[in-house]
Design a protein around this ligand. Sequence first.
Ligand SMILES: NC(=O)c1ccc[n+]([C@@H]2O[C@H](COP(=O)([O-])OP(=O)(O)OC[C@H]3O[C@@H](n4cnc5c(N)ncnc54)[C@H](OP(=O)(O)O)[C@@H]3O)[C@@H](O)[C@H]2O)c1
Length: 248
Amino acid sequence: MTRPRVFIHTHMSLDGKIVGAYLPTEVGVASQRQYYELVLGPDRAFDRHKGWLCGRVSSDDNFTHYRTPDLDEAASPVPDGDFITVADAPMYYFSVDPSGVLAWETNSITYFETTAHVVEILSGRASNAYKDFLRRKGVSYIVAGGNQLDLEEAVRKIGEIFGVQEIMLGGGGSLNWSFIRAGLCDEVSIVMTPAADGTKGAQTLFEANERYATPLPTAFKLKGMKPLADGSIWLRYDVIGPIPKAGG
Ligand SMILES: NC(=O)c1ccc[n+]([C@@H]2O[C@H](COP(=O)([O-])OP(=O)(O)OC[C@H]3O[C@@H](n4cnc5c(N)ncnc54)[C@H](OP(=O)(O)O)[C@@H]3O)[C@@H](O)[C@H]2O)c1
């Protein structure tokens, strides 16, 4: 099976920030609602996916809040391979957590009106104790790669296990950029909020995390733009790839 199509879907401020004080304002919340409707609402524009993928920091910020998982270091060895507890959930939340550190309390998350079953995406270095912890919580997991997480294998496995042809990548900036650099992202969909807060150094749509990816000029091709009801703009780009130097 070829890998599923991957699209980044993000909401950001006028100045390209994906976090900040503009978010919990009236304008920010109205724009996030538009963002949600496009991918998870009843009349969604993207309707071939079964959930979204996020990086470890996004999961900690939004759901697990930097708690420490309750590990049993003396747990019996768990069977090798993947562990899927819910094979037919309407939506999944794929959490990229190579070392296995996120302290889930339950095996689902809720985002607006959507409930999604949590699937941890682990590398081969996640410990037996952590996998035992996930099993006790009923959280599914997929192992991709050895000591380093293999993003391509993770995407392919999600497609095979859950029968999906499309995956939404929900951020943050580090994971977004790693997917672009790895050639694993086909489209970027942006809901641009008509607000900004001017915070210096706040995280942007793409961030090259030095542990995982390098910066590189990259081209995108506009494929659509549409004003939304609240004054946000929905922008869609195809990913083209690295740009050669002018005159080179
Ligand atoms: N506006 C939006 O649409 C939106 C959407 C999502 C998130 N956010 C915000 O973005 C912020 C988090 O973004 P972030 O960039 O700091 O973190 P992130 O992309 O959510 O997570 C990065 C982490 O994912 C893990 N990872 C595994 N393989 C990776 C790879 N190949 N490349 C990159 N990361 C990999 C690493 O975890 P380890 O450190 O454990 O190795 C890495 O530190 C949060 O504040 C969140 O709220 C905004």
